[in-house]
Write a protein that binds this ligand. Structure first.
Ligand code: ATP
Ligand code: MG
Length: 559
């Protein structure tokens, strides 16, 4: 991690760990884990959890495990496992040899379940799923015991074995912990800890047809791995009593503790794998790595850098209160990172032809351009100039107000790194649209300054027609039109932004950009930070994504 990033601010979890270390709890060890379920692609919310867990391990010279919580065979896949690993690595974290799968513990978990049954603390329930729900009661009324609750240990052991052997139909029996049907915490009303699923698992294949539930698996996996601080999001707060109950009622190799923090919520964004899957399956976006997606794959392709994501996670901090983060916080960390690192270049997104009438027809020349205005170490490059150039359509206005500091009829502007030009004539088509400008240039202003000291108000970018490289440039906007797409339980698909991407297929680039490599970043002068697309890039037709505008103008100008 570079020293440029924001120092990690303290938070309540760090305070707990420091206190534990002072008391020599866990023999002074700190061991965390990041436990994704491989049922989808990771998103920026997961990045918060990754930075927190790996960050804590690094800060306290501990370890952080990467553990795949793979107990739902129908939803999980090795494709997701591979993408999760690639995402964590890309973010800059290394789990070394500490890669685990909950499915590696299926034998041990089965033994733990037998132990609970033998202690009379678990039973096989033959109620239907619907009845179990009904018997569970509500927040205001206690549950009532299942008629199967008092089966003998022998009967339970035999039934559980039959479940494992595939002799009982899916949905006809479950294993439940025997805790307290009147508990005010519904999670403690005899939670289901094993269910039958006659489905093939991506790692254990057909070995098992019973699968342990999250609340049983997670705490025991933590205990098996010697996790000291099991950090998760607030929705598991009410599950902590069950976490502790399972650990306290079994002879586990270690005693982990669970701590909860608030999940990341980001404006104009939905962070839930299930909702993101919908967007992909229903074709609202072009796949998991669509640059509009909040997935790690998407924001990477959009042009976010690992350093900017880590910095973002540090800045938002770790608390116990649910808040929504303004998207400008994320975009600003990227601007700050790329402002320092991204070489500058010129590109014209919506070209308007300019003929410089007093520039010799058969000539061209190369002008010096700095790759970074504040950092001479990044060097210079040559930019070709000739009689016909293109400027941005927006940089010309025929009858311009006084405050318009770009080009207009009769006014003079500076062409970046080149000359002063004055517009002398405007050519229009039959629809009265400006299609070409005629200009003159002042050869004495080469490099951008007039020897007589005269000033111009504006500097605009340009590309020489004869040397330009044609490219596709994609500009992105928010995926949703509402800051909280799910407000009041609304289906977020109702507020998808119909104009979340604008594809400009006739953009023109200065020739040096044709040599860009996939995922290279540039500041296109005056336009924003752009990233060479990793999927559709073609040496004949470069494709750039705008990662972020130069300034936070969204909302004011809508782009
Ligand atoms: P989703 O709701 O998006 O499907 P999940 O919680 O089901 O997410 P998991 O794969 O179980 O996904 O998550 C792995 C870890 O990432 C968990 O510890 C979870 O608490 C954490 N996590 C998930 N979403 C967020 C978020 N928005 N902010 C912070 N941490 C998160
Ligand atoms: Mg989950």
């Amino acid at each position: 991690m570079s020293e440029k990033e924001t120092p990690v601010p303290s938070n309540f979890i760090r305070k707990i760990i420091s206190e534990d270390l002072r008391n020599n709890k866990n023999d002074g060890r700190v061991h965390t884990r990041f436990p994704p379920e491989p049922n989808g692609y990771l998103h920026i919310g997961h990045a918060k959890s990754i930075c927190l867990n790996f960050g804590l391990a690094a800060e306290y010279q501990g370890n952080c495990n990467l553990r795949f919580d793979d107990t739902n065979p129908e939803k999980e896949d090795t494709e997701y496992v591979e993408s999760i690993k690639a995402n964590v690595r890309w973010l800059g974290f290394d789990w070394q040899e500490n890669e685990y799968f909950a499915s590696d513990y299926f034998d041990k978990l089965y033994q733990f379940a037998l132990d609970l049954i033998s202690q009379g603390k678990a039973y096989v329930d033959s109620l239907s799923a619907e009845d179990i729900r009904e018997y569970r009661g509500t927040l205001t009324s206690p549950g009532k015991p299942s008629p199967y609750r008092d089966r003998s240990v022998e009967e339970n052991l035999s039934l559980f074995e039959q479940m494992r052997d595939g002799k009982i139909e899916e949905g006809s029996a479950v294993l439940r912990a025997k805790i307290d049907m009147a508990s005010p915490n519904i999670n403690m009303r005899d939670p289901v800890i094993y269910r039958i699923r006659k489905a093939r698992h991506h790692r254990t294949a057909d070995k098992w047809c019973i699968y342990p539930m999250y609340d049983f698996t997670h705490c025991l996996s933590d205990a098996i791995e010697g996790i000291t601080h099991s950090v998760c999001t607030l929705e598991f707060e009410d599950h902590r009593a069950l976490y502790d109950w399972v650990i306290d009622n079994l002879d586990t190799p270690s005693r982990p503790y669970q701590y909860e923090f608030a999940r990341l919520n980001l404006d104009y964004t939905v962070l839930s794998k299930r909702k993101l899957i919908e967007l992909v399956r229903e074709g609202h976006v072009n796949g998991w790595d669509d640059p509009r997606m909040p997935t790690i794959a998407g924001i990477r392709r959009r042009g976010f850098t690992p350093a900017s994501i880590r910095d973002f996670c540090n800045r938002i901090g770790v608390t116990k209160s649910d808040t929504r983060i303004d998207i400008s916080v994320l975009e600003n960390t990227l601007r700050e990172d790329l402002d320092k690192r991204a070489p500058r270049a010129m590109a014209v997104l919506k070209p308007l032809k300019v003929v410089i009438e007093n520039y010799p027809e058969s000539e061209d020349e190369e002008l010096d351009a700095a790759n970074h205005p504040q950092n001479p170490d990044m060097g210079k490059r040559k930019v070709p100039f000739s009689r016909v150039i293109y400027i941005e359509q927006d940089d010309f206005m025929e009858d311009a107000p006084k405050k318009f500091f770009r080009l207009s009829l009769g006014r003079e502007v500076r062409l970046r790194y080149a000359y002063f030009i004055t517009c002398t004539e405007v050519i229009k088509n039959e629809q009265d649209e400006v299609i070409e400008l005629r200009c003159t240039y002042d050869p004495a202003t080469k490099g951008g300054n007039a020897p007589d000291g005269r000033k111009v108000k504006g500097t605009i970018h340009w590309v020489s027609e004869a040397h330009a490289v044609k490219a596709e440039v994609r500009l992105y906007d928010r995926l949703y039109t509402e800051a909280n797409p799910e407000q009041g339980g609304r289906d977020s698909r109702e507020v998808l932004n119909p104009a979340s991407v604008e594809i400009l297929s006739g953009a023109l680039l200065e020739p040096s950009l044709a040599l860009a490599k996939v995922e290279d970043h540039f500041q296109f002068e005056r336009l924003g930070y752009f990233c060479a697309d990793s999927k559709d890039w073609d040496s004949d037709k470069p494709v750039f994504n705008r990662a972020v505008t130069l300034r936070d103008t969204w909302g004011k100008m809508n782009r």
